[in-house]
Design a protein around this ligand. Structure first.
Ligand code: CTP
Length: 401
């Protein structure tokens, strides 16, 4: 594979030498593109020797080969390590005032970025905004890690170690098809329980995590039915366009239950990522409730909805794997784990994906943290990252069963 390693001006550049070496040893064609600042930390002779290819920072060298775009066009993958705060800002803005900038604009390959900077810079709203912009564009951010920094300070900002970056890049370069031919049903979004023709009881689920789970399965070869309750605008667009994903819609918990019971029967794997209402209004009004009639106080009688997951587990066919989700507000880690283990046992699922949520946590964000609990109450993994990254980790957990 043709890999570009962009290096920007941070002290962690010395670690990137090891990353380049690992990629070369794997047999990849590696081209290093440092910025002018980067070569003050590690010089061009080192990059040339280690990558076994010529190295320049300038768009004006090798002009006959249209080098300023040729490298980016040829790339199967681009990794920028370390990426400084300044370079993240340049990338977010699409600036192309050096060879690394033009190469990044010219590439359609996956881009991986390993930020490294001091904690204050990483937490600055400008950097946070740039990171969000890049994530929104599909850039994979790896790190930074928490630990001692060059100035003697401690906190998030260390570049991820080259061996870990190498593992991440290797996984991206060899797409998996470990779900090829599997039939997968995923539910996503939040149900809405009608009060009257105008109002409903709903929840904050955007559907992003469930849709990411569906897309990750489809990209790994599965045939996926995505049953979507209410989702945010545009969340379903990518799924609708995916050749291996069928999208079905369901409004209320009862509608979702009906869709799941018909579509999950012959599935190999079912993932209940939807936020299903536990209660519905006992008698939804046929007409819009009016204050004139209800007066100064309104009591709604709520009754429990059918537990879809419980029915799935009861009717499961031989070998079918069932994954449940649990969104919990418990903040004490040990108590959260204990609660999650009890829920997994009660639900009887093979894997329970536990999601810590709160007023400011878990919703309306591109990132998530999930803990996967297996059938013997063991913690299979705890993963943080974009919703897509944790979705892939969920499939790794399923594959490990
Ligand atoms: N779920 C379901 N049917 C319901 C409610 C929930 O299938 N009527 C599924 C969800 O999709 C999720 C899992 O059950 O995968 C856990 O949901 P949760 O609401 O946390 O479970 P409960 O048993 O309702 O637990 P709690 O009392 O903590 O709400």
């Amino acid at each position: 594979m043709y890999v570009i390693v962009g290096v920007t001006g941070g002290i962690a550049a010395y670690k990137t030498v090891q990353l380049v070496r690992l990629l070369v040893l794997d047999g990849h064609e590696v081209h290093v593109i440092p910025t002018e600042d980067a070569v003050r930390f590690v010089g061009i002779p080192t990059w040339e020797a280690i990558s076994r290819n010529p190295v320049t920072t300038s768009v004006h060298d090798d002009v006959a080969k249209v080098r300023h775009v040729a490298l980016g066009q040829a790339a199967d993958l681009v990794i920028v390590a370390p990426a400084t705060a300044n370079f993240l800002a340049k990338m977010a803005a699409g600036l192309a005032d050096d060879l690394l900038g033009t190469s990044l604009l010219a590439t359609t390959a996956p881009v991986v970025v390993a930020p490294a900077m001091h904690t204050e810079m990483w937490r600055h709203p400008a950097t946070e905004h740039n990171v969000e912009v890049l994530r929104g564009r599909g850039v994979h951010l790896v790190g930074p890690e928490d630990g001692p920094l060059t100035g003697g300070d401690v906190g998030p900002g260390r570049m991820t170690e080259p061996e870990q970056l190498h593992a991440f890049v290797t996984a991206l370069l060899s797409p998996r098809d470990d779900l090829a031919g599997r039939r997968v049903v995923v539910t996503a979004g939040g149900t809405r329980e009608p009060i009257d023709p105008v109002r409903y009881i709903g929840n904050r689920s955007s559907g992003r995590q469930g849709v990411a789970v569906a897309l990750a399965a489809a990209d790994r070869g599965a045939r996926v039915t995505l049953i979507a309750a209410h989702t945010d605008t545009d969340v379903l667009a990518e799924a609708r366009a995916h050749p291996r994903v069928d999208v079905a819609l369901a409004g209320s918990a009862a509608e979702l239950a009906a869709e799941v019971s018909t579509r999950a029967a012959d599935a190999d794997i079912v993932v209940m990522a939807a936020a299903v209402a536990d209660y519905r209004v006992a008698e939804a009004s046929e007409r819009k409730l009016a204050k004139e009639e209800t007066g100064g106080e309104l009591t709604l009688r709520l009754v429990e909805t059918a537990d879809i997951l419980a029915a799935l587990v009861r009717d499961r066919r031989d070998g079918q794997i069932i994954v449940g989700f649990a969104a919990e507000t418990e903040t004490d880690a040990a108590a959260l784990l204990e609660r999650a283990r009890r829920k997994r046992r009660r639900k009887g699922v093979d894997i329970l994906a536990v999601n810590e949520v709160g007023w400011q946590k878990g919703f309306e964000s591109a990132d998530n943290t999930l803990t996967f609990i297996g059938a013997h109450d063991e913690v299979i993994a705890t993963v943080s990252g974009t919703k897509r990254e944790v979705a892939d980790a969920l499939w790794d957990a399923v594959a490990s069963r």
